[in-house]
Design a protein around this ligand. Structure first.
Ligand SMILES: [Zn+2]
Length: 115
């Protein structure tokens, strides 16, 4: 379950930032995750629940996730198009030579702390 690794990395960043800011608790964290990260929401929630409880500073912290759907540009004709995880093919010319514009995000968008 790679969600545990993702959550643990995020929490490391979050708690370090919170401690540096002198916060006593992290109330909410907002993430942006691309579909190509293949994160399973249920597993992410589970990992979040387990790992946030390990540290009093993140205990009870809420998680918000914004999913980002993949989008690519065709290198042959320049068309930009949305696609899913498995089918990356230009709808205009049928080309398979594409450049991914988004869909691989794993960003910490914001966090809310209490001091
Ligand atoms: Zn094309």
């Amino acid at each position: 379950m790679h969600e545990l690794g993702i959550v643990s990395g995020i929490l490391e960043t979050v708690t370090a930032a919170a401690r540096e800011a002198g916060a006593s608790r992290v109330v909410a964290v907002s993430l942006r995750i691309g579909d190509l990260r293949e994160v399973v929401p249920e597993s992410l929630d589970f990992a979040w629940e387990v790992l946030t409880e390990e540290d009093p500073i993140t205990c009870g912290c809420k998680l918000e996730v914004e999913e980002v759907h993949p989008r690519s540009r065709c290198l042959a004709c320049g068309e930009e198009f949305d696609h899913d995880r498995f089918h990356v093919r230009c709808p205009a010319c049928g080309g398979r030579d594409t450049h991914l514009l988004r869909g691989r995000e794993l960003d910490l968008v914001s966090m809310e702390v209490e001091s």
